[in-house]
Design a protein around this ligand. Sequence first.
Ligand SMILES: NC(=O)c1ccc[n+]([C@@H]2O[C@H](COP(=O)([O-])OP(=O)(O)OC[C@H]3O[C@@H](n4cnc5c(N)ncnc54)[C@H](OP(=O)(O)O)[C@@H]3O)[C@@H](O)[C@H]2O)c1
Length: 240
Amino acid sequence: MKKAIVFGATSGIGKSLTEILIKEGYQVAVTGRRLDKLTALKKQYPASILIKQNDIQDVAHVEKVFHEIVAEFSSIDLVVQSSGVGYVNPKLEWERQKQTINTNVLGCTRLYILAYNLFKKQQFGQLVGISSIASLRGNRSAPDYFASKAYQKAYLESLYIKTKSIQSKKVYITEIRPGFVDTPMALGEAVFWMVPLEKAAKQIYTAIKKKKRVAYISKRWSLIAFALKLMPAWVLKKVL
Ligand SMILES: NC(=O)c1ccc[n+]([C@@H]2O[C@H](COP(=O)([O-])OP(=O)(O)OC[C@H]3O[C@@H](n4cnc5c(N)ncnc54)[C@H](OP(=O)(O)O)[C@@H]3O)[C@@H](O)[C@H]2O)c1
């Protein structure tokens, strides 16, 4: 039986993807801060779920939880890092920015490294990071979020490059770049091309199966990505 860990499985993309993985026969370890949501998942899928409450801002605890899961599962095929926060914060209030940095950068990096090192030791496995279309450029109302996603994008690409040194060639790094997905996380008021959550989760699972390096969710967001990459900053200043 294949084994997966989904970080940030209490809601949204992580939860929907967990449900798909279970239907596909995986055993899944799920994490997040909200114990009631984890317990509800366990109740729904008692034979397939291992729950571990954690706050990824506490990196020592992340390490402990990660090692506990590996000890219980003995090997891991897939790690999905879906935990994340983001706030519309035009006044740049520090407490919110700190939350974003500690979650999306600090905790996330610790998870990436733990997964990468495990897969290197096992000589197989797939790390999937949920970044964002936001990874491509800056933004006036949520600079910390956009910068944290650019960081994730660069880190995942770095790990991909690093897999060159893994002899088996069976370690895969996948970066998922959603546009707007219908969860409480969809930032701001000018939301368009919103992808229903279930559709997004299905597309993400397809990208995982195909061992994609990068996937936009949905595919048409790759058109926006193309335009964003070309756009000079002065145009962004006018339109965003
Ligand atoms: N929805 C969108 O439009 C969209 C677009 C682009 C990218 N994304 C990215 O997709 C990922 C998933 O977001 P979502 O849309 O599914 O939103 P969501 O429903 O709010 O899910 C976020 C998940 O992250 C977990 N989390 C947040 N802070 C955490 C912490 N300190 N420790 C542990 N877990 C934590 C939450 O669990 P607890 O609250 O229980 O801790 C929850 O399970 C995020 O990385 C987000 O940036 C989303």
